[in-house]
Design a protein around this ligand. Structure first.
Ligand SMILES: Nc1ncnc2c1ncn2[C@@H]1O[C@H](COP(=O)(O)OP(=O)(O)OP(=O)(O)O)[C@@H](O)[C@H]1O
Length: 255
């Protein structure tokens, strides 16, 4: 479980990226974070693996304080949290296999990870994960030879081998076409259903949030302005909170 307790993030310029947020996310939930540009979606997500340090309050993951964790504790907590980025964050000149196996690094000491010492089981996990995302035939391809959608599936395979129970996805489909988008979202949903991984995803598209998630959290100016089942986030409700703008963004009409 992830617990936010009165969490505020104030940036150096005084902007509150998050403003006094208190919520719990249970194991196995598929949560979409929605909100207009600048609402605090990335700040929220990045605070869950401490890519962003928060200014006030506390975040607790599986009973352990992320906020108070020392370096060693942080490494262990982070090992349990995979992250998928909009621009994939792969080492493009390296093979798919090398990129995916890097998801295992958290299980090794710094020395071993420098020398790339991985076990037979690790390589087996890489094969299984690539099979799950339909990329077995790309094992030895360089990532810069792959399409954007394929690269995003490589990054999903990397979080799978990491074996983390939480996966954070920061606008993972923002730069992909509609068909590839569905494929990536289907993969995430399958991982959520079959492996019971908690998925927390930032989305601009309300339609996708409704279709795939079990719960939607709406942010505005760093505050939670909606928190409910996907079915409760009707056009009417969202219009009342955000105005038309958020639905227009969902249709790809950026205003
Ligand atoms: N490093 C930073 N320094 C100062 N202000 C920041 C920084 N990062 C984000 N902010 C501000 O914090 C607020 C929340 O930003 P955040 O990136 O979390 O929003 P978002 O909902 O993810 O936006 P988008 O959909 O455009 O990615 C915004 O007002 C933004 O300008």
């Amino acid at each position: 479980m992830i617990e936010f307790k009165n969490v505020t993030k104030t940036y150096a310029n005084g902007v509150k990226g998050l403003n006094n947020i208190s919520i719990d996310i249970q194991d196995g939930e598929f949560v979409s974070i929605i909100g207009l540009s600048g609402a605090g979606k990335s700040t929220f997500l990045r605070s869950i693996n401490r890519l962003n340090d928060i200014s006030e309050g506390e975040i607790i993951i599986d009973g352990k304080s992320l906020t108070k964790a020392n370096k060693k504790e942080l490494k262990l907590i982070r090992r349990n949290i995979g992250m998928i980025f909009q621009h994939f964050n792969l080492v493009k000149k390296m093979t798919v296999q090398k990129n995916v196996i890097s998801g295992r690094l958290g299980y090794y000491s710094t020395m071993k990870s420098i020398f790339g010492v991985f076990s037979k089981e690790d390589y087996q996990l890489v094969n299984e994960s690539l099979e799950l995302v339909g990329l077995s035939d790309k094992l030895h391809s360089r990532c810069d030879e792959l399409s954007g959608g394929q690269q995003q599936r490589v990054s999903i395979a990397r979080t799978l081998v990491q074996n983390s129970s939480i996966i954070l996805a920061d606008e993972p489909v923002a730069s992909l076409d509609p068909i590839t988008t569905e494929r990536i979202m289907d993969d995430l949903k399958r991982i959520n259903n079959e492996y019971n991984r908690t998925i927390i995803i930032n989305l601009h598209s309300v339609e996708l949030a409704r279709k795939y998630s079990t719960r939607i959290i709406g942010l505005r100016n760093g505050e939670v302005v909606f928190d409910g089942a996907a079915a409760e986030a009707t056009d009417e409700v969202l219009k009342n909170i955000y105005g038309e703008k958020i639905l227009e963004e969902a249709d790809g009409v950026l205003v």
